[in-house]
Design a protein around this ligand. Structure first.
Ligand code: SAM
Length: 246
């Protein structure tokens, strides 16, 4: 079966490595929005490569529609940080195909391997990573504000916001208790089950879990241990439900 892989973010090196892996069975299409990078990639791959790499200029958020084989791509690798899952990545993947993406959630980036099943992507593997930011139409910058003449910068995303001022200590104390509980009872269980659904998917079609809204998708994260009722030893006066205090 012919296999095609696609790499977004196009220095050419990764593309040639992938072309080596797919061998004579397939091709690699690599997309970058920087004309200089695309031109240089095309030249270097022609000089040193195996002629199975095509360098394309464009915003990777739209994928590479002109290069998708019948039945879809068997793999997509994103080599810049993404804050959302572009619908084109899912739609251009074959059923069962894999999308590897450095996904930023709540300020943290993890490289996630997602497997397509219909219009849903299911997380198969997670690992730590750091990557350059998206520069395309889907690029997002976390809101920031400078305090104390620039000595402190506060930033927030996905609804998580620092609390300051005279009433600040109480929410900070509760938040710290939640973090301790989370560390002790949930985090050691590993990563959550995560699935990615198109924006607009009705609630009753989502699996159980915490829903994180993104512009193009709804992420559902189901932490093992989430909701377990535990008493924090350093906060005996309160019962903490993993992720929230009561
Ligand atoms: C870390 S480099 C990729 C290096 C490459 N994988 C290699 O083998 O050398 C990240 C690249 O992503 C590109 N990039 C960032 N946002 C993009 C987007 N939305 N669409 C396409 N390319 C993008 C940048 O122009 C940059 O060339």
């Amino acid at each position: 079966m012919p296999r095609t892989r696609r790499l977004l973010g196009s220095g050419g090196y990764n593309a040639e490595l992938l072309a080596h892996i797919v061998g004579g069975r397939g091709r690699v299409v690599t997309v970058d929005l920087d004309p200089y990078v695309v031109q240089r990639t095309g030249r270097l791959c022609a000089e040193a490569g195996n002629s199975r790499v095509t360098a394309v200029l464009g915003d990777g958020g739209r994928g590479a529609p002109a290069h998708v084989p019948a039945g879809g791509l068997d793999g997509i690798v994103i080599t810049h940080t993404a804050t959302d899952i572009a619908p084109a990545w899912r739609d251009q993947l074959a059923e069962g195909g894999r999308l590897v993406v450095p996904l930023q959630i709540g300020g943290h980036t993890r490289s996630v391997t997602l497997v397509r099943g219909g219009d849903t992507l299911h997380a198969e593997h997670w690992t730590y990573c750091g990557f350059v930011r998206d520069r395309g139409a889907a690029a997002r910058t976390a809101p920031m504000v400078r305090l104390a003449d620039g000595a402190v910068t506060v930033r927030w995303e996905n609804g998580v916001l620092g609390a300051y001022g005279p009433a600040g200590p109480e929410p900070a104390r509760r938040f710290a208790a939640c973090v301790r509980t989370w560390d002790r009872d949930v985090r050691t269980s590993g990563y959550p089950a995560m699935s990615v659904h198109p924006a607009g998917t009705p609630d009753d079609r989502l699996p159980p879990g915490d829903v994180l809204e993104k512009p193009a998708s709804r992420l559902v994260l189901d932490w093992p241990g989430r909701g377990a009722r535990v008493t924090g030893p350093d906060a005996p006066a309160e019962t903490v439900v993993a992720g929230q205090s009561t």
